[in-house]
Unconditional design. Sequence first.
Length: 288
Amino acid sequence: MKVFRTTWCNIRRSPYQAFAAVFVMTLTFLFISFFTFLLFGSSKAISYFESRPQVTAFFRQEVKQEDIDSLKDNLMTTNKIADIKFVSKQDALKIYTEQNKDDPLLLELVTADILPASLEISTIKIADLSEINNMLSGSPLVSEVVFQKDVVSVLTSWTNALRGIGLGLIITLSLVSVFIMVIIIGIKIAQKKQDIEIMRLIGAGGWYIRWPIVFEGIFYGVVGAILGFGIASGALWYATPFLSSFLKGIPIFPIPVIFLLGLLGFEILIAMILGIFSSLVAVLRYLK
């Protein structure tokens, strides 16, 4: 308990330095939280598009049902298909009728006989779409293949780029945070050098002197992590109605509470590690 009291006294005696340390840690974990939310949302978006029909193959009018079934079996043997749905001429007419229910003239001009049957296909991995598209395009049964290659490629590329850039920025911010924390804690050690010398003269051990400094670093890290996570979560909560409207149809929100709690716990753990590391570096550098 005495260690905690000493730590708290050290923090209270230099509030501006404590504020600077907490501020820089808050900025770091604010970015980490926003980055994690972006990754979560992009992963959910990719999962959504993976579950949707990504390739649609329209059959020629003269194709028989047994030929379509044979093609379905061939596709399933690739072990790359997540879902495959056959849309008959009648089903296509129902879809067309629903889409054009407000235009009776268009409904009169179209019958089931002139609409093609089709297969709606989803793959387990987006990377497998091109192969499935090539298989269908080369089939004599298929008259047309609709493959939203550009949309899928851009989404995947954007997510991969986001991961790389975000990871680099997180590492950079963490190093900057450690550097600033080392300087702040080092200044505080220098200010208390006379007190530390007196403690040594009366027989205080090395770790008796170091522990309050280590706990001070942990305090800065944990408070910064909680504040950064809280600000990011508050901003996300405030923006959720707009984002839900903008991403209509993509089930990203609400973000599960378990995920948020897990992220908070992970950030607190990282904050403790950064705080301990910064404190020990400062101790080794300034307390000899």
